[in-house]
Write a protein that binds this ligand. Structure first.
Ligand SMILES: [Mg+2]
Length: 323
């Protein structure tokens, strides 16, 4: 038989589309990172809008179209995702969660002129440049959501380690920019909740154990009373809006639509709801239209970093330096 190019091609072994063979935990970890980025990209369009303004302009906002006050490209993310990636790179780069390495990574991130940056983050990073101390001074005014929005890399890197270790290192990364007790307890609860969902725990149990104990210790976080619309950057408002939307819905899509249509700090509430919902429902739960709309480079970075952080083994058990 005379083999033409066409015949050779036709008889070549079928190339399967490469689908990474992920364990359930890896699947949920990747989904959590993509959920963070999707919630950020979806919410940024309506950041600082009220629910009424959103209704008037979009009906129900549910498409990743960019725009918003930052004039983003469709699928572009903001500081919530890019600071998380910077923190994750710092963890992987030095083999542990190191406050000083995190501070340098955030400082480099700020020098690269990110699309947006929170006031508390900026102020405390500028003071880090002057003092070299990666722990911001304690302040009752620094109860913004800027440290908890980057909790995911710690949740992944500390997965399987003792709970107390997760709390310590989450606090260490948070204190680079936000040294505040409400930010601390919110960040610890969020990080541990993500780990619960990675383990495959049910939402009811996680709500009873984590959200309820946060509220019991700090009643300001109670989220069962008044609907939290138009949540600001205050970490209490943020978690109230996220918990209301997250625990009242039964899939990834409904959760994100509920949360971002509350407006306010919608990119950050979207990012936090997205990381929780991704960890809870896994990759199959994420609508393809959102996954495809996400900026391709960001998507690749999130997927790779999620896998790397999950398989990372700390260089030493004493994993916090600085402070
Ligand atoms: Mg943002």
């Amino acid at each position: 038989m005379f083999w033409t190019r066409e015949l050779i091609a036709r008889n070549a072994p079928i190339r399967r589309r490469v689908t990474p063979d992920r364990s359930p935990v890896q699947d949920r970890a990747v989904a959590a990172y993509l959920g963070l980025a999707i919630g950020d990209a979806l919410g940024a369009t309506v950041e600082f809008m009220t629910p009424n303004e959103i209704r008037g302009q979009y009906g129900i906002h549910q498409t990743i179209i960019g725009g918003g006050w930052l004039r983003l490209k469709p699928g572009q993310v903001t500081d919530d995702t890019t600071m998380s990636l910077a923190l994750g790179d710092a963890i992987l780069g030095c083999g542990r969660v190191d406050a000083l390495a995190a501070a340098h990574a955030f400082d480099d991130w700020m020098r690269a002129k990110p699309v947006d940056i929170g006031n508390t983050v900026r102020r405390n990073l500028i003071s880090f440049r002057k003092t070299g101390n990666p722990e911001a001074p304690a302040s009752e005014h620094d109860a913004g959501n800027g440290a908890i929005m980057r909790a995911l890399p710690v949740a992944l890197a500390c997965y399987g380690q003792p709970e107390n270790q997760t709390r310590i290192v989450q606090r260490a990364q948070a204190h680079v920019t936000h040294h505040n007790v409400l930010s601390d307890v919110a960040g610890e609860a969020l990080t541990l909740m993500i780990q619960d969902f990675l383990r495959g725990e049910e939402a009811d149990a996680v709500e009873r154990q984590r959200a309820a104990s946060l509220v019991a210790a700090h009643p300001a976080f109670a989220y069962d009373r008044k609907r939290c619309d138009n949540p600001g950057g205050y970490v209490v408002d943020t978690l109230q809006a996220v918990f209301q939307g997250f625990f009242a819905t039964e899939n990834f899509e409904d959760c994100l639509i509920d949360v971002v249509n509350r407006g306010g700090d919608a990119d950050t509430t979207g990012a936090i709801a997205g990381m929780l919902a991704g960890a809870r429902y896994g990759l199959d739960g994420i609508p393809a239209r959102w996954l495809n709309a996400l900026d391709g480079y960001t998507r690749m970075r999130c997927e790779r970093q999620a896998e790397a952080l999950l398989s990372y083994i700390p260089l030493q058990s004493q994993s916090v330096l600085g402070g």
